[in-house]
Design a protein around this ligand. Sequence first.
Ligand code: AMP
Ligand code: TRP
Length: 324
Amino acid sequence: MSFFTTGMSKKTLLSGIQPSGQLHIGNYFGAIKQFIDMQDSHNAIYMIVDYHALNTIQDKKVMSENILNLAIDYLALGLDPKKSIIFKQSDVSEHTELCWIFDTITTMPFLMRAHAYKDAEANNKEISVGKFNYPMLMAADILLYDTDIVPVGQDQRQHVEYSRDTAQKFNNVFKKDVFKLPEPKILDAVAIVPGTDGRKMSKSYGNTIPLFATDEEIEKAVMGIVTDSSGDVPQNVYAIHRLLKSEAELKDLYENSKGKYKVLKEALIIDMKAFVKPLREKREQLAKDIDYVLDILKEGGKRAKIKAEKKMEQVKSAIGVDLY
Ligand code: AMP
Ligand code: TRP
């Protein structure tokens, strides 16, 4: 191994996804694709953030199934435990411990500026303390590992900014540079992947194309893409098609089929099926060996824990609770 590829010279990259249900192609192109592409060039850490999901999933069976499913998804998509640490948040109790410490230096008005909180308030939704506090747990996730880069979709930008602010606040209050300031990594082209209705693809809008969809699900989702756009090119079809093929590859098709929305949708269905098939097959293989998947999570948790414990020693020393 050359000097430049040793662990020492690589930056640390960390991200996480909540085990809150089926992944969709917005998750993939907005976030997970970057996770996979950056495994070789970074010390990468990928989490299943189950304690974040506990805000919405409060059913033992659903929680366990979702965690396992997301672990299988990660591996099927190409996250590699030989290259990256893959673990679940609840295996490393330092996350919640550090979250508490951050709570003590964070004000309510600061957290009230969060988009997620403001949206919930605007909709008169009852908000749990856990949801209110969501950005602090996420800050702990990120800061525990001296993370340099956080690859996420646009909707998570503010959360990464909360982490930066919290790192700075801690370093100022306790007069010690314990935490590094992380940077978000958001790819402009896919920052907001549109759904079948042209709005942001999101489970809560019911406009998704599931990442491991069956052929029938793909047909149904693509045929359901809203095409009342003006002009010859159905923008909502094209925007999704562009995720799978380059502008040059699509040029002839879209020029020769102006206004023929059905033809274009059928072409998208073929491309989407070709994209999803190998992923679905890999997933089916992995789902047959649950013990293998669980072992990867367990091992990842142990590796993450060692790092988190070291960081917490620095934190405890900085705040003055380390008497022996
Ligand atoms: P979520 O399941 O919404 O918590 O999202 C998991 C990851 O996928 C986060 O990094 C999001 O920013 C990203 N993501 C979710 N939906 C989209 C979308 N429509 N476009 C781009 N990125 C997305
Ligand atoms: N809030 C992120 C989401 O909903 C999930 C998340 C939790 C996360 N902790 C993180 C993402 C740390 C990146 C880094 O998508």
